[in-house]
Design a protein around this ligand. Sequence first.
Ligand SMILES: *Cc1c(COP(=O)(O)O)cnc(C)c1O
Length: 350
Amino acid sequence: MAHPVVDLRSDTLTRPTTGMLEAIATAEVGDDVYGEDPEVNALEAEVAQLLGHEAGLFCPTGSMSNMLGVRALVPAGQEIICDSLAHIVRAELGGHAVFGQVTTRTWQSSRGQLDADQALGMAVPDAGPYFVSTAAIAIEDTHNFGGGTVQSVDELRRLRAGAAALGLDVHMDGARLWNAHVATGVPLSEYGSFADTVSVCLSKGLGAPVGSLLVASAERIAEARIWRKRMGGGMRQVGVLAAAGRYALKHHVARLADDHARARTIAEALAGVDDSIVEPELVRSNIVASRWPSAAAAQAFIAGCADEGIRVSAVGARVVRLVTHLDIDESGAGRATEALPAIAKQALNV
Ligand SMILES: *Cc1c(COP(=O)(O)O)cnc(C)c1O
């Protein structure tokens, strides 16, 4: 019998577990635009509390949650600065410009790793009548296109203090903040203290089918709630999804450590072939960014994986991403780890 496909393209690919489906089936719901969905209200309060913020807002996607967060901090025509690999500038299709009327400027990073001095050095608050004023700085933890990079807590702390000294706000794209928390053991509330607005996703490694949240002050969330509706994101009996998220928060956070261990094992298997492909000690969460000497080698690797029933995805011409998640169990990860070295060897010979 053919092996089931091992799908390492993304941690968004998870399907709800039996326990999660039960939580969905038994969810008590109401109309959330009326503020009457008990599951949504509970989820918003729980996530706000976890991150040490006053209020939360359930959003259909992380992109919308990021857009609402950035909009809350940056007036039209001003800028938010971030690194050039940030999801908000690479993968949200210009939404911040189209709907938020903000501009961006980026710094170059190594693997998305935050260097607080570099970020603060680029900021120009109150730039006067000729130049764009910086209103906020965006950070991402873990860093997706950087390769699941877990940010240094010292740098986050220094950025926060430096931004405050300049009168600047901070937005955190914490789509995988849960992974950072599990990798470092730093409490979520401490992570929450590093930013004015934080976006987190339930639909990545936590395994919920849909959903992200923005947390911030009560005032900012009240305003974001209006903009969510204006953008078409006011949802109705959405407690069925909030229930999945609440279930995920209870049952799927601690287990992210398994995903991290499996990603490390996969990285070690690739590095065993050639240590220029990936540095395993840098793989601290659930993403392995493998770097290939040429676009042809990267394509050969993707094709070789496909032949073995392993799906991986290109996130740059020479960068192929492998992501572990709830639906990759020990046997799936083991099968990938066994098959990858031979595939990598072939790809390097292209
Ligand atoms: C997935 C992701 C998002 C949000 O993506 P959606 O597909 O809009 O939910 C935001 N930031 C990062 C870093 C992500 O990986």
